[in-house]
Every structure is written in C-alpha cells, then in structure tokens.
Design a protein around this ligand. Structure first.
Ligand code: MRU
Length: 361
C-alpha cells in the first residue's frame, strides 16, 4: 500500500519491525533475527495488534529457518512445532498467533510425511506459506474496508456523510497494511463519505492517542482525539453514525475480546441506538471457545497504569487491576465485518471450516 505506514518489513529471510514503543515521537525499525527476539518484541509490545503479532511471530521463525540447514524432516517438524508453540505463549488473548501456529504445524506434519518432498523442499514450501500471510492479510483488510463502508453508508440517508467512533489501534500498524476497523474508516474516507472520526485515547497504554491518531494524521483523515470517558458525552452532543472496533478474539457465539474499554463503548452505543460493528479477519475467530467467559484475559504490569513514561502519576501504595482486554457480549454487536461479508454474531458459527474444533450444543 503506497503511502501507508508499514509496521513489518520482510524480504529474503530479513525481518524488521517498526518499534511501536517509540511512536509517535520516533520512527525506528529494529531487526528481528530469530524466534527469541520475535517473542520478546511481541511480549514487550514493540509490535501489537492481533494480526501483526501473528505475522511477526511466524516471520521470526521464517528468519531462523531461512538461515538454517536441516537435512532431517522429522527434526525440522519438531523444531517448527516447538518454536511456534513458544511464540503463542508471548501474549494470551489475541488468537491470531495460535491459529497461524496450528495451521503451520499441520502443514509441517503433512510435509514431513510426504515422501515425494525433500527436506529442502519442505523448508521452501513452509517459508512460502508464511510469506503468503502478509499478502493475504492485506487483501482481507481491503475486503473488510469495502464491506464495512458499504454497510455503514447504507444506514445513512441520501448523501449525508458519516461520523465514526473507534477504539484502540486497528490500522496499518496492527496489520499487514490498510487495517480492519481503520480499514473501514479508510474506505469511507476514500469514497468521500467520511465526515469525521473520533478516536479514543485508549487508556492505559494509549494505543489510540499514540498509534491511531498518528495514522489518522499521516493519512490526513479528519479526526479528533477523545478520552475514553468522553464517548457517552460525545454521543449525546453529536450524531454518531456507527462505532467500529477491531478484535483480538471472536468466539463461537460472537462474543468478542478487544482492547479494554471496548465493552463500555458498546454499552454506551446501545443506549444511544448507535450501531456497533466489530471488524476482523477470519484469522481472529476462535471456533474452539463457545463463549466469552472462557477467553483468557491478559493482565499487564501495574506501571502501565500508574506511570506515564518514567513519571508516576498514581498515589503510591494504591493497588491496581490492569486487564488489557475485555469481552463485549454478542448481543451488543450489530455486525461482524469480515473479508467474507458482514455477519450477525449468531451467524459466526456458520463460518467454521469443516473439522475445526468441537461442536457446541
Ligand atoms: O494490546 P494490543 O495493543 O496488542 O491490543 C490491540 C487491540 O486490542 C486491537 O484493537 C486488536 O488487536 C485489533 S488489531 C486489528
């Protein structure tokens, strides 16, 4: 995508990521030379956003394999499985890395058993599959943008333009490019149907103020930053057409885990009769979990809440609860925008591929 920010650069076994801990004041790429550095980059949030986490994790394995000579397919398969499972452990809530790991482990299993495939060919095919993830994510994001923009434009009368609220970061920095919820906003803007977007600060880690605001300014999209606590007042003061957010994990009944604060926005949107959309690729859907209460919610260190940079802002001695995500119940979600179209939360189960996970009654 010419002109859009790029969080991941990969070519011929070389991986660099934009260090998102330094944004918006510094734009600096760091090299990732293997799985351990990939794990650390995900865990420390140098890279963040469910799709970008999965891509950096898998590409960090690609970097290692690229530079390695392995003549035993069984050993190669074991190495792939062990390293992918390790990468899944870097952050627990976003499901994309887990789904990517399961698919790649299945591919490694199949290739290792195929007698017509040499160890070198196994490695080549495996690397090809990882590299294809970047192109597929970009393509899927663009489809999401189109479906979402069309649906939202369809809800407003005549030529009136739309006002959107979004939360956290779901743009080029969180994906291979274009973005999910921010992709919908980008499409609305490209079609000249966006009047304004309001992005929340996204406390405590400020992905909205630091990353989304940075992307919106970079793209010259008309936008205003608000504190998370201002959403209700905004909906009372201005007509908001829709809320669009991303997802870290959508489960079988349509319940959705996303950045902390998403649930309260959904509650507020329902009170004000504003449609609430989740935009996510199918790689964020976990058919193995029946409903939201089973999703593991990551808890982050106290200092992310009590300090801004090195400066402590909270009274010392106070105890802190810092869950990084919350679950929005399916009944508060108007539609889930995917690359295959828009679905009611109750229809998500129909997208389940044959043989994927258990049946729920
Ligand atoms: O903790 P983060 O910054 O990784 O959380 C990111 C989010 O919650 C995003 O909204 C979500 O991953 C969607 S990314 C397209």
């Amino acid at each position: 995508m010419p002109g859009t920010l790029q969080s991941i650069k990969y070519e011929n076994g070389k991986l660099e990521i934009l260090n998102q801990l330094l944004l918006p004041s510094k734009s600096e790429y760091v090299a990732i030379t293997g799985v351990e550095e990939g794990w650390q980059a995900i865990h420390s949030m140098k890279v963040r956003g469910a799709p970008a986490i999965a891509m950096v994790g898998c590409l960090s394995l690609a970097v290692e394999l690229h530079n390695e000579e392995q003549h035993d397919k069984k050993v190669l398969r074991q190495e792939i499985e062990g390293k992918l499972n390790y990468l899944v452990s870097a952050r627990p809530t976003a499901v994309n890395m887990k789904i990517a790991a399961e698919e790649l482990i299945a591919l490694a299993n199949q290739l290792s058993k195929d007698e017509t495939v040499s160890s070198e060919q196994m490695k080549e095919k495996f690397l090809g599959q990882i590299e294809a993830m970047l192109a597929k994510d970009l393509e899927d994001n663009m489809a999401i943008g189109k479906f979402g923009a069309k649906a939202i434009i369809g809800t407003v009368k005549d030529t009136k333009n739309v006002r959107i609220v979004t939360h956290c970061n779901t743009g080029s920095l969180a994906t291979a490019g274009y973005g999910t919820a921010l992709g919908v906003i980008r499409s609305l803007h490209a079609e000249k149907r966006l009047e304004h977007v309001y992005c929340t600060e996204t406390r405590p880690y400020n992905q909205g103020a630091r990353l989304t605001a940075y992307e919106l300014v970079h793209e010259r999209i008309p936008a205003t930053l608000i504190c998370d606590s201002m959403v209700a007042a905004l909906m009372r003061a201005r007509t908001i057409t829709a809320v669009v957010v991303g997802a870290d994990r959508v489960v079988a009944n349509g319940d959705t885990a996303n950045k902390i604060g998403t649930y309260q926005i959904a509650v507020i949107a329902r009170h004000h009769c504003v449609p609430f959309y989740v935009a996510a690729t199918l790689t964020s859907i976990d058919f193995n979990i029946p409903s939201g209460e089973h999703i593991v919610i990551e808890e982050r260190p106290e200092c992310e809440m009590t300090c801004i940079g090195d400066q402590r802002i909270a009274a010392s001695g106070i105890s802190v609860w810092n869950p990084a995500f919350d679950v929005t119940p399916a009944e508060l979600i108007t539609g889930i925008i995917t690359e295959k179209g828009i679905f009611a939360p109750s229809e998500i189960i129909n997208l389940k591929p044959e043989g994927n996970g258990p049946e729920f009654c």
